[in-house]
Design a protein around this ligand. Structure first.
Ligand code: 6PG
Length: 481
């Protein structure tokens, strides 16, 4: 590896673990790109070069040489595990980069870190772009969905390069300039929150079909395959069929039956909920998915409760149509989860002053990413109408989905509760819908109680102002402002 001809690469990749290596190969395979690569341990670089001579990588074993191999403005994508190491790599590049050069963080960074890093580098005359990249290893290689933030100026250089490697749907690349500073990583975080909710709802559907309808795993795989032919068509529904069909070589059992039922996580779902709570956005569907993983990973508590239960309820009797009911519950709950996710994006954009095109976000999620789904077209259309819906649930298409499925959705939640099969995603989505749909909510009582014990005041339905009842006095009402 040498660097006899400096400044030949238009893009560089730092960090050549599988995501970085695949992204570098994807870049190298597109016309017009010459790709510089660097990895802290050179063995990995050498392996990549040996295995993929066709890529024509410009490889360096020293960071100085890597930097010298880049054309100006230098553009390097960092693909290292999000966390403390990212700051160190950014600093090493920043020390060597010059004004106008662009450092891209393609990991799943916390958007607040991205905001901090962007500001720091901007103050030093450098561009920093936090880019959410979704689609896993396969997507990185063949076309991910990419959510870059950072300055418009940086996107002018970076955008055309990213457009060469992103997934394409209807001739449109699944990449857009999401907004400034941390907007890209914020939107990727919400993508992951929705991914959690999607998977939880799929899991509940599977569980109900198995434990209530009594289907075997193979039959459930067929149900998912059939669902994937209709409105629910999506990557996650498709791969659910594949996972369910997989047999364990060692036991001959369905693989699903030998996988421990303790779900892990790397943090983006938790961040989504933490941030949504901070922004005052109810994202119950996503939160229930995060909590469901947490509950699954408490084996001692699960065993303790099983130990003290007198008996478990029998599965409710259901007929042939239960499968359709579950499909309707899944679709309606999914609409709720996406509505909540987009609400969080809207609130985040307001809070952090990002000019986010919501329809465009739905469009770049149609391909490449984990939550890619047919119905994202409908979400894009909803946001493209003359007046933006105050919630996706009021959009005519989604309002109809919910109304058509509402009775089935309620039946599924009832059956789940009667049968003792947990369906926190379905139930919470329905409760959210019913909350929005209720003319009066018991929040009035909450306000009354708050006023009673803490003089927190309340507003009246019939006149302006804030009021307090003298609860420990003569219980007359006083106007407070
Ligand atoms: C993607 C995925 C990817 C990763 C998640 C998984 O968009 O490609 O979301 O980012 O698979 O980090 O997150 P958990 O490990 O928290 O489920």
């Amino acid at each position: 590896m040498s660097n006899d001809t400096p400044q030949q690469a238009n893009i560089g990749v730092v960090g050549l673990a599988v995501m970085g290596a695949n992204l570098a190969r994807n870049l190298a395979g597109r016309e017009g790109n010459t790709v510089a690569v660097f990895n802290r341990s050179p063995e990995r670089t050498r392996t990549l070069l040996d295995e993929h001579p066709e890529a024509g990588f410009v490889a360096s074993e020293e960071l100085d040489a890597f930097v010298a191999s880049l054309r100006k403005p230098r553009t390097a994508i960092i693909m290292v595990q999000a966390g403390k190491g990212t700051d160190a790599v950014i600093e090493q590049l920043a020390e060597r980069f010059e004004e106008g050069d662009i450092i891209v963080d393609g990991g799943n960074a916390n958007f607040q870190d991205t905001r901090r890093r962007e500001k720091d580098l901007r103050d030093r005359g450098l561009n920093f772009v936090g880019a959410g990249i979704s689609g896993g290893e396969e997507g990185a290689l063949n076309g991910p969905s990419i959510m870059p933030g950072g300055s418009k100026e940086a996107y002018e250089t970076l955008g055309p390069i990213l457009e060469t490697i992103a997934a394409e749907v209807d001739g449109e690349p699944c990449v857009t300039h999401v907004g400034t500073d941390g907007a890209g990583h914020f939107v990727k975080m919400i993508h992951n929150g929705i991914e959690y909710a999607d998977m939880q709802l799929i899991g509940e559907s599977y569980d109900l079909l198995r434990r209530v309808a009594g289907h075997d795993v193979e039959a459930i795989a067929d149900v998912f395959a059939a669902w994937n032919e209709g409105d629910l068509q999506s990557y996650l529904i498709e791969i659910t069929g594949e996972v369910l069909r997989q047999r364990d070589a060692a036991t001959g059992e369905p693989l699903i039956d030998v996988i421990q039922d303790h779900a892990g996580s790397k943090g983006t779902g938790v961040w989504t909920v933490q941030n949504a709570v901070g922004l005052g956005v109810p994202v119950g569907g996503i939160a229930e998915a995060v909590f469901a993983r947490a509950v699954s990973s408490k084996p001692e508590q699960r065993e303790a409760v099983r130990g003290v239960m007198r008996s478990r309820p029998d599965a409710a009797a259901v007929g042939e149509s239960f499968e359709d009911d579950v499909r309707a519950a899944l679709y309606a709950s999914k609409v709720v989860a996406y509505a909540q996710g987009f609400d969080a994006i809207i609130a985040g954009a307001e809070e952090y002053d990002w000019d986010i095109d919501h329809a465009q976000i739905a469009r770049i999620w149609r391909g490449g990413c984990i939550i890619r789904a047919k119905f994202l077209n409908r979400i894009a259309e909803a946001f493209e109408r003359d007046t933006r819906p105050v919630t996706l649930l009021e959009d005519p298409y989604f309002a109809k989905v919910i109304q058509d499925g509402e009775a089935a959705w309620r039946r599924v939640v009832v059956v789940a509760a009667q049968s003792g099969v947990p369906a926190p995603g379905f139930s919470s989505a329905l409760a959210y819908y019913d909350s929005l749909a209720s003319e009066r909510l018991p929040a009035a009582l909450t306000q009354g109680l708050r006023d009673f014990f803490g003089a927190h005041t309340y507003r009246r339905t019939d006149k302006d102002g804030t009021f307090h009842t003298l609860w420990s006095g003569d219980r007359t009402e006083v106007e407070m402002g």
